[in-house]
Write a protein that binds this ligand. Structure first.
Ligand code: PEP
Ligand code: MG
Length: 608
């Protein structure tokens, strides 16, 4: 497949992000600041233009009140509070005065409003107080709303889709905060121009069980609102205005996938053990507390990664200790006494915290994850206290993201002790002996894993970030998707190194990145000596099928050979030959494999 994902027979080819085939009408979502042309007005038009401004602001406020009422109903008062902030921005006398001043200089209301908002956003983004910086995204939302009205553009309210629409949302990009607000009874699939399999929109779509295709590049231009489309989230294809024959072919394929899914369900109670008797521990990744129940019924033996930042994204305020305690307890209770590994806030990168943070020049190399938590100890300790308390209900283990030095672990441990003393002072019950582990997701942590080993209880390899940082390939950049190759020898060698250090220090090593859920790569990981995998609840039976169908000895031989190849593609070839000897050319073996720049090695991966 060439780098250009051009339409073939009218099909748009993107990347498979969340499996499933759906057919439905398109809903285009354009939530971007529109381009505003510079329009000069005549002096005698000034009063009417000022009136237009005030009308538009009033209409925007009315709309915000409606949206707020809906958010209150669906998501609760905390989520809805964000709209109060936006309404108060629109009531700011200074803001409106500045816009009026520009209109008096004979600039159109739209351009005047646009210029003042750009100025305010820059001013807020540079502010020393985080609380003010957090308001930048509210300003952007307000800017979009008012300009949409002034320019007479269609209202693309992100979450305003009626229930039962069965709509397929087509958008340039979807932030996690928008994704968590989507009404699953209204939306049946997601297609985005941007993104890759490991961007967080894809991860969330899989958690929500919403079929998704990402990285389509220009679908928002090629597809029109109301068009009928087929979305095939398993092979990453979108077909606008399909023929009857295409609808029939894809419906057949959907039926075959459903039958395969039903067969997989029979594995839920089976033990994940290889043909030669090696026991693999299979746990679930839980992104939202509501997923826990489903994950617990997938056959997972606990949670290998709970991504807590999804409790925070898109919110008007941080969840307090009680709310977090309830969320963690919900997950812990769903899993009886199985281990539940809860990761402390991994905000930043493409997961923006409350209100969103101002854009950093390099967000993935920026103030994120453990760095942010250590710099905001009061915020961090709220989470640590909630975790210590939730541990009263089960086997909670704490995991720190993006660690690069042992100092971070030690500092976090000190804060954990402070959090415990604070609970002592309040006389609240908690458990103190929680294991503290780290994610190994940077080349620094992998190469120097031995420097961390004495201070941690376990390693969990975050391959999504490890691949991104090792290969210097942005995990969310659709233009680089073919270069995001987890089977690159550098990545395989780092994983092998982490496994060796873990074995030497008697530490558990698991993999919780997306690599673990892709059949060929799960096979490689077993071969590299990984004995614990954590995958989306929906993927647990699929990975179990791989585990039960291979022998660890064969996997080890295949991984050894892959380690000695020169390229990811060669490594894939070596692994595939071995895996095919167990499964033939079963279609599910293609799941999640990258399309290499010069051609995908599997035939026919984009048709029914
Ligand atoms: C990873 O980086 O592999 C990981 C599991 O964490 P996240 O995808 O949330 O960054
Ligand atoms: Mg990560």
């Amino acid at each position: 497949m060439s780098l250009d994902r051009i339409a073939v027979d009218g099909r748009l080819i993107g990347m498979p992000a969340s499996p499933g085939i759906v057919i439905g009408p398109v809903r285009i979502l354009l939530w971007e600041v529109p381009d505003v042309p510079m329009v000069e007005i005549e002096r005698d038009e000034v009063p009417a233009e000022i009136e237009r401004l005030h009308d538009a602001v009033e209409k925007a406020k009315q709309r915000l009140n409606q949206v707020k009422a809906r958010a209150e109903k669906h998501a609760g008062p905390e989520e809805a509070a964000i709209f109060d902030v936006q309404i108060s921005i629109l009531s700011d006398a200074d803001l409106l005065q500045r816009v009026e001043n520009l209109i008096h200089q004979e600039i159109s209301a739209a351009k005047a409003f646009d210029l003042v908002m750009i100025e305010w956003r820059q001013h807020f983004a540079r502010h020393t107080q985080p609380m003010i910086r957090e308001r930048v995204s509210d300003l952007t939302d307000v800017q979009i709303r008012v300009l949409t009205i002034l320019l007479g553009l269609p209202d693309h309210d992100p979450v305003d889709v009626p229930k039962g629409s069965n709509a397929i949302l087509v958008t340039h990009d979807l932030t996690p905060s928008l994704t968590v607000q989507l009404d699953r009874e209204a939306i049946s699939g997601i297609a985005t121009d941007a993104g890759t399999r490991t961007s967080h929109v894809a991860i969330l779509a899989r958690s929500l069980g919403l079929p998704a295709v990402v990285g389509l590049r220009d679908a928002t231009y090629k597809i029109h609102a109301g068009d009928q489309v087929i979305l095939d989230g398993s092979s990453g294809v979108l077909i606008p205005n399909p023929s009857q024959a295409q609808i029939e072919a894809y419906s057949d394929r959907a039926a075959r996938e459903a039958a395969d899914e039903a067969e997989l369900q029979s594995l839920i109670g089976a033990e994940p053990v290889t043909l030669d008797g090696v026991r693999i521990v299979l746990r679930a990744n839980v992104d939202l507390p509501e997923d826990a129940e489903f994950a617990a019924h997938s056959g997972a033996e606990g949670v290998g990664l709970m991504r807590t930042e999804f409790l925070v994204v898109g919110r008007a305020s941080m969840p307090d200790e009680e709310e977090q305690y309830r969320a963690y307890t919900k997950v812990v209770s769903a899993f009886d006494n199985h281990p539940v590994v809860i990761r402390t806030f991994d905000m930043g990168g493409d997961k923006l915290p409350v209100g969103g943070y101002p854009t950093e020049p390099n967000p993935f190399l920026g103030w994120r994850a453990i760095r942010m938590c250590l710099d905001e100890p009061e915020l961090f300790k709220v989470q640590l206290r909630a975790l210590l308390r939730a541990a009263m209900h089960g086997d909670v283990r704490i995991m720190l993201p993006l660690v690069v030095t042992v100092d971070e672990v030690r500092q976090a441990r000190r804060l954990l002790e402070e959090a415990a003393s604070e609970l002592d002072a309040r006389g609240v019950e908690y458990r103190h002996d929680l294991p503290l582990g780290v994610m190994v997701e940077t080349p620094a942590a992998a190469l120097a894993a031995d420097t961390l080993a004495h201070d941690v209880a376990f390693f969990s390899i975050g391959t999504n970030d490890l691949v991104q940082y090792t290969l210097a390939v942005d995990r969310g950049n659709a233009n680089l998707a073919s270069r995001f190759t987890p089977l690159h020898p550098a990545v395989l060698r780092l994983i092998r190194r982490i496994v060796e250090v873990g074995a030497h220090h008697n530490l558990e090593v698991s993999v919780c990145g997306e690599m673990a859920s892709q059949p060929l790569m799960a096979f490689a990981l077993i071969g590299l000596g990984v004995r614990q995998l954590s995958v989306a609840g929906r993927s647990v039976p699929l990975v179990k099928r791989i585990v039960r169908g291979v022998s660890a000895r064969v996997a080890t031989d295949a991984a050894d050979a892959a380690l000695h190849t020169q390229t990811a593609r060669e490594a894939e070839g070596v692994l595939r030959v071995k895996l095919m000897s167990a499964f033939g050319n079963a279609p599910f073996l293609r799941d999640g494999l990258p399309d290499y720049v010069d051609g995908n090695t599997f035939e026919g991966s984009s048709g029914p």
